[in-house]
Design a protein around this ligand. Structure first.
Ligand code: SAM
Length: 287
C-alpha cells in the first residue's frame, strides 16, 4: 500500500493534462448537462485539488484512474463526489425577490379560490435547490399565507448530494439570513445555543420540505405528485439550448395543467418549443 503523504505544494504543482480535462468535460456534460469550456480548467483543478487532498492522492492522473476504473468499487461513489465538486451552488434566501411577491400576491389567492392550501395540498417544487435557501424561502412564504400547519408541501431536489445533506440540516451562518424579513426570522428561525454565528430553520418548517436527489438530465422525472408550482432557477443557464428546452418541457410535464414554472432572471425560453406560455417575465404557465 502506498503510504506517501502529499503536501499542498505537491498537489498545487499538478495540472490536468488536456486529454484528462477533456475526459472530465465529456463526463460532466453527459451526466449533468453542464458545459465546461476550457476557460474553466483552473476552476476544475482548484475544486478537484480538495478531493486529491481528502483521498491522499498525489496527481490528477491517479484520481481519474480511480474515478473511471471499472475494477475500483469506490469509483462510482467518487463519480458522485466529482459531480458535487464541479456544480456551482450559489444561492440565497429570497433570491430574485419579485418571484416571491408574485407568488404571494397573484398566484396564492387564485390557488386558495380552488381550495389548494386548505382543502387540498398545494405542491411546490424547487428543482435545483442547492443548500436549501430557495425551498425554505418558499416554505416561509407559504406558511405566512396558509399558516405553518396549512395544507402545502415543498419538494426540493438537486443533483449534488453534499448540498442536499446541508439543506436537510437547515443550519446557516447568520449573515446568510440577512435577506429574510425580520418578522419571518422571528417566526421561522432559531438561534444556535452553542454558536451565536449560526441559525437553524425551525423544525415545524423543516417538516414541510422533502429533499431528494434528482438529476434534471434524467429521461423523465419520477415525482410523488404533480406540482402546482415548479421553480427551476439559475440552473439551465449551464446547459446548451437543446438540453434547456428538454429540461423545461420535462419540468412542464411534472407541473399540473394551469400550474406555473419559474425560471431564473437571466434565463429565457426564447426560440424554444415548450408546453407553457409566459405570464410575466421568467414566469410561465403550463398549457
Ligand atoms: C446556482 S445553483 C441555483 C440554486 C437555486 N435554484 C437558486 O436560484 O438560488 C444551481 C444548482 O443546480 C444544481 N444542478 C446542476 N446540474 C444539475 C442537474 N443536472 N440536475 C439537478 N441539479 C443540478 C447544482 O448542484 C446547484 O445546486
Amino acid at each position: 500500500m502506498d503510504t506517501t503523504v502529499y503536501s499542498d505544494a505537491d498537489i498545487y504543482g499538478q495540472k490536468l493534462a488536456p486529454d484528462e480535462f477533456a475526459r472530465i468535460q465529456v463526463f460532466i456534460h453527459d451526466n449533468c448537462g453542464i458545459k465546461l469550456p476550457v476557460t474553466k480548467k483552473n476552476m476544475v483543478e482548484g475544486r478537484l485539488r480538495k478531493r486529491l487532498k481528502t483521498l491522499g492522492l498525489g496527481s490528477y492522473t491517479e484520481y481519474l484512474s480511480m474515478v473511471f476504473s471499472d475494477s475500483n468499487p469506490a469509483g462510482d461513489d467518487e463519480k458522485l463526489r466529482l459531480i458535487d465538486a464541479i456544480t456551482t451552488n450559489k444561492t440565497d434566501f429570497f433570491r430574485e425577490p419579485n418571484h416571491f411577491t408574485y407568488l404571494t400576491e397573484k398566484l396564492l389567492p387564485s390557488f386558495t379560490d380552488e381550495g389548494a392550501g386548505t382543502k387540498r395540498c398545494l405542491n411546490v417544487w424547487s428543482s435545483a435547490c442547492s443548500t436549501g435557501e430557495e425551498p425554505y424561502t418558499l416554505a416561509m412564504v407559504l406558511a405566512e399565507y396558509f399558516g405553518v400547519s396549512g395544507n402545502f408541501r415543498v419538494y426540493a431536489s438537486d443533483i449534488n448530494c453534499t448540498v442536499l445533506e446541508r439543506a436537510v440540516n437547515g443550519i446557516y451562518r447568520i449573515d446568510k439570513a440577512a435577506a429574510i424579513p425580520a418578522d419571518f426570522k422571528k417566526k421561522y428561525l432559531m438561534r444556535s445555543k452553542t454558536d451565536n454565528t449560526l441559525v437553524r430553520i425551525r423544525p415545524e418548517l423543516r417538516e414541510k420540505v422533502s429533499f431528494f436527489r434528482l438529476n434534471l438530465m434524467d429521461g423523465f422525472y419520477r415525482l410523488p405528485v404533480q406540482m402546482d408550482v415548479s421553480f427551476c432557477r439559475n440552473v439551465i443557464i449551464y446547459f446548451d439550448q437543446q438540453t434547456q428546452e428538454s429540461i423545461i418541457n420535462k419540468i412542464c410535464a411534472s407541473t399540473a395543467e394551469g400550474g406555473y414554472v419559474f425560471l431564473g432572471h437571466s434565463e429565457s425560453v426564447h426560440g424554444m418549443k415548450i408546453a407553457a406560455r409566459p405570464t410575466a417575465p421568467t414566469i410561465l404557465r403550463r398549457i
